[in-house]
Design a protein around this ligand. Structure first.
Ligand code: KG4
Ligand code: ZN
Length: 330
């Protein structure tokens, strides 16, 4: 029975997970409304909100799970990467619980959490390739065996979710913009033509800032001519470009590395267009596609418990010296 805490960005979340798969509770308190009026996450505000909520969310997680502190086997927490002030709140809360209940502490990498969110609902087969797409990350990760991660490609500038959020802001859509662009793209008949950033031949890296700039300049020049672009067409053009590159590179990596599965992870994994395209292409290529349910795509603590469970089995514990690490490597 693991209690896990996730506070790396703008969600305060506490979960209690049994045997690595049974979610007894997974409370997610989003700060979106607070940050919305600033058009993005304000780190200092996020830290303060985590401080305000963490204690009652821990209480609620116990209550919802019907579990007493004495039944816990370990306390897990996201140690990084993320916003330093936000991470610190979770780390201090987890250390306090572990110390006062005399339980082992397990520090978890946020991306390992996103990847192992899949383990809560699917049987994983190694080796696999994970396409991790979130507000802070865009990575292709080769996972040879449990807990052995090799980053084979990553973004050189903006993360996919970050590009979604910036383009959404240009289209005057609320933060976070990903779900809004997803919805608009599905309403469009045709997409506004935009470039694809393939980078050098054979590269598994990504780049989304050029695409974002192409959207912004197209919007500006059309507005200057007094013929503003149709937001739906822009949303579709942008989404098609992002998805095409993500899907092609992910499938190429699966084939090149002889992976048995393609895993999808991270907040952008909730994208309908991406899930549809991946499902079609994976079916054609005979590659099993594993994706978390929508509720486990965006930040939550159950995914941290799932990754911590594997560490618990291997006896990989952290000391009470555990620090919040905003830039920690996978
Ligand atoms: O994983 P996550 O909750 O936080 C980070 O670790 O970054 O991901 C949040 C990101 C945001 O950029 C949000 O716009 C994006 O995931 N997102 C989506 C969708 N739902 C959330 N992007 C595209 N389509 C969606 N349906
Ligand atoms: Zn995340």
């Amino acid at each position: 029975m693991i209690l896990a805490i996730e506070t790396s960005c703008d969600e305060t979340s506490v979960a209690i997970v049994e045997n690595g798969t049974i979610i007894r509770s997974n409370i997610v308190s989003s700060q979106i409304e607070t940050h919305q009026r600033f058009g993005g996450v304000v780190p200092e505000v996020a830290s303060r909100k985590h401080v305000e909520s963490i204690t009652w969310i821990i209480e609620e997680a116990f209550e919802k799970a019907g579990v007493s502190p004495q039944e816990l086997s370990a306390v897990a927490v996201t140690e990084g990467p993320g916003l330093i002030g936000a991470l610190l709140v979770g780390v201090v809360a987890a250390k306090t619980l572990a110390y006062s209940l005399d339980l082992p502490l397990i520090g978890v990498h946020h991306i390992a959490g996103h990847i192992y969110a899949n383990q809560l609902v699917h049987q994983l087969e190694y080796p696999f390739v994970a396409l991790v797409v979130s507000g802070g990350h865009t990575e292709l990760v080769y996972v040879e065996t449990e807990g052995r991660f090799q980053i084979i490609g990553q973004t050189r500038d903006d993360a996919a979710g970050e590009a979604y959020d910036k383009v959404a802001r240009a289209l005057k859509l609320p933060y976070p913009g990903g779900p809004h662009i997803d919805r608009l793209a599905h309403e469009a008949e045709e997409g506004f033509p935009l470039p694809r950033a393939w980078l050098e031949q054979g590269s598994y890296d990504f780049s989304f800032s050029g695409l974002k700039s192409a959207v912004l300049s197209a919007l500006n020049s059309a507005a200057m001519k007094g013929q503003p672009l149709e937001p739906r067409a822009v949303a579709k053009g942008f989404q098609d470009s992002v998805i095409e590159v993500l899907v092609e590179k992910a499938l190429r990596a699966v084939q090149a590395y002889g992976a048995k599965q393609l895993l999808l992870a991270g907040g952008v994994a909730a994208n309908r267009g991406l899930r549809e395209q991946l499902a079609v292409r994976c079916a054609e290529a005979g590659v099993p596609l594993i994706a978390p349910p929508l509720s486990l795509c965006t930040d939550n603590a159950a995914m941290i418990a799932a990754a911590a469970f594997l560490k618990l089995k291997r006896g990989q514990f952290s000391s009470l010296e555990l620090k919040a690490e905003p830039m920690i490597k996978l």
